[in-house]
Unconditional design. Structure first.
Length: 228
């Protein structure tokens, strides 16, 4: 089944979930958004004002853009359906992710979120777990590899942290996604609660900073200080 057929099938069941996370190829992203917008105007929403599309500005999606969604739908009519789409959702910074998470945790029955990404593995697990994930491409190998890697991370013991971070540098020279997953894991660990702000800052750096080694060195220092 091609991308257009899969998208049409999704539209028919759009009211079954309050949030969708669509995995697409880079070249299919605009096509999917255009198809969704044109079809939903006929099948789900009454006017174009009821669809809001968020796109990256200057390379990322900021917290204020997510707050704009919440403000727009604060007094939404109960007898209409409202849909917001976030293009290149992986480009949200950590503050935007946190704002979106709060919105997803208390969903309104008539407000539907559609997140579109070509890098599913960069979407935090806290967001992924609250969305219905739909693969609009057949290229799931990367996601499967990342899932296996994430499972291995979850088996780590505290005593393994330093040994693991010493090996991360080689892994991340090939794929920075490994570093991002490791940071997400640390952020959700109770023993690193006091370091959460610093780790979230490093998560943003891991996504956009070309010097991965500097990020790894900072993580190492945080872990080392915690163990001491």
């Amino acid at each position: 089944m091609g991308v257009e057929a899969k998208t049409e099938a999704l539209i028919k069941d759009i009211n079954q979930n309050h949030a969708y996370l669509l995995s697409v190829n880079d070249q299919d992203s605009n096509n999917v958004i255009n198809l969704l917008e044109s079809s939903l105007l006929d099948k789900r929403v009454t006017t174009i004002e009821n669809i809001m599309i968020i796109r990256p500005e200057k390379g990322n999606i900021a917290k204020q853009q997510i707050l704009d969604i919440q403000a727009r739908y604060k007094y939404a009519s109960d007898n209409k359906a409202y849909i917001y789409m976030i293009e290149s959702a992986e480009k949200m910074n950590s503050y935007a992710y946190n704002s979106l998470l709060k919105f997803l945790e208390e969903p309104e029955s008539n407000i539907i979120a559609i997140l579109i990404t070509s890098k599913l593995n960069l979407i935090p697990s806290t967001i992924r777990s609250r969305c219905r994930i739909v693969h609009l491409t057949n290229e799931q190998k990367l996601e499967e590899n990342v899932a296996e890697y994430e499972e291995a991370i979850l088996k780590l013991k505290v005593s393994d942290y330093l040994g693991f971070i010493n090996n991360v540098k080689d892994l991340c020279q090939e794929n920075r996604n490994n570093l991002i997953l490791f940071l997400e894991y640390l952020i959700n660990k109770k023993e690193f609660e006091e370091k959460q702000v610093a780790l979230i800052r490093l998560l943003d750096s891991a996504k956009y900073n070309l010097n991965i080694n500097l990020v790894i060195d900072e993580i190492y220092n945080i872990i080392k200080a915690e163990k001491e």
